[in-house]
Ligand binder design. Structure first.
Ligand SMILES: NC(=O)c1ccc[n+]([C@@H]2O[C@H](COP(=O)([O-])OP(=O)(O)OC[C@H]3O[C@@H](n4cnc5c(N)ncnc54)[C@H](OP(=O)(O)O)[C@@H]3O)[C@@H](O)[C@H]2O)c1
Length: 320
């Protein structure tokens, strides 16, 4: 059960790129009963929770199963999540997992706060946090679907190095500016020339929006930028939708902010998904082109997980 300090929270992966931002956000929101876990490599180190220093504990099955955690944020990667999440659940915690271990598992809600919060029910013990690219895309697509129906989506992504965690950040820091290059940073998936990131982006977007047949094709690219993913998106709608009407519905949508010309450098550190350059594609009927940019470590990862938790607390699905 929670204490006067709120729910008893664990951040597993608390030393990583996403875990560090999660701790920052929890401190900023006044959550006080927070512990940090990582592998044996980092156990004994300290991490910051606002002004406080937390001792990093080793994320062993026994520690996670001890029964003294109400809410567990996982940002450790797929294999480790598969291994450790069941122990946290067995110990009585509700888990919000940021890896792709459970995202497409039937019966596990895949949630973008502000888009499909109601996908979580009282019985759910694992909530999956989507891929950073699917997160920002669905924030922009959901209101457009509501306004005019989605017929088809095509997009190209320009994803920052921090999307590959601390290893990606270190890779960028070791790169000389004139040697910086684009990268095809993902493994092939299936036989159609698609990358794993492109597959996830399509399948997760379909699940989040509840549109299992939505035609969606993506081309994903890693760019030498520290934080912030950009997407050039072409949205074909069922009904005609003017750029002005699209801007109006986007402006009213949760977690979306209109911007003239958003770039990663301008949006890093902010909470919203920034949408700009909304214009008609003159080469096709009912197609709008837009630019969607987001801080992949905040709404794209840690912030969304914290917003999911706040939604669960508001709906009394977690001990307060
Ligand atoms: N970066 C993004 O933009 C982003 C966005 C959405 C989702 N995600 C997902 O979030 C997860 C974490 O990503 P990240 O970018 O934060 O990675 P990261 O910077 O590499 O951090 C990984 C974290 O996992 C911990 N860890 C690794 N192996 C472990 C083990 N066996 N037991 C316990 N802890 C272990 C690490 O602890 P040590 O210090 O002990 O190594 C570290 O705290 C991934 O699943 C990723 O796909 C990332």
């Amino acid at each position: 059960m929670g204490s006067a300090a709120g729910p008893r929270i664990a951040v597993v992966g608390g030393t990583g790129a996403v875990g560090t931002v999660t701790l920052d956000l929890l401190a900023g929101r006044g959550f006080a009963s927070v512990r940090a876990f990582a592998s044996s490599r980092s156990a004994g180190r300290t991490v910051r929770l606002g002004e406080r220093e937390l001792l990093v504990e080793e994320a062993t099955p026994e520690a996670l199963e001890a029964g003294d955690i109400d809410l567990c944020f996982f940002s450790v990667g797929t294999t480790t999540s598969r291994k450790l999440v069941p122990h946290a659940v067995r110990g009585g915690a509700t888990v919000i997992d940021k890896s792709d271990a459970y995202r497409l598992t039937d019966g596990v809600p895949l949630v973008v706060a502000g888009v499909n919060d109601d996908a979580v029910s009282a019985a759910d013990r694992i909530v999956a946090n989507p891929n950073c690219s699917a997160m920002q895309l669905t924030c922009a697509l959901a209101p457009l679907h509501e306004a005019a129906g989605l017929a088809r989506v095509r997009l190209a992504t320009y994803q920052s190095m921090s999307g590959a965690g601390d290893a990606g950040i270190d890779r960028l820091k070791a790169t000389k500016p004139l040697e910086a290059d684009l990268a095809i940073d993902w493994e092939p998936e299936g036989n159609a020339g698609e990358l794993s990131e492109e597959y996830k982006l399509r399948e997760e977007t379909r699940k989040i929006l509840g549109l299992p047949e939505l035609p969606l094709h993506a081309a994903c690219m890693r760019v030498p930028v520290l934080v912030g993913h950009a997407q050039a998106v072409w949205v074909e709608t069922v009904e005609p939708l003017s750029p002005e009407a699209a801007a109006a519905v986007l402006e009213a949508a949760p977690h979306v902010r209109l911007a003239d010309a958003p770039t990663p450098g301008r949006v890093a550190g902010t909470d919203e998904v920034h949408v700009g350059r909304i214009r008609r594609d003159p080469t096709a009927e009912n197609v709008l082109a837009l630019l969607v940019v987001n801080d992949n470590l905040r709404k794209g990862a840690a912030l969304n997980a914290v917003q999911i938790a706040e939604g669960l607390l508001a709906r009394r699905l977690l001990p307060a």
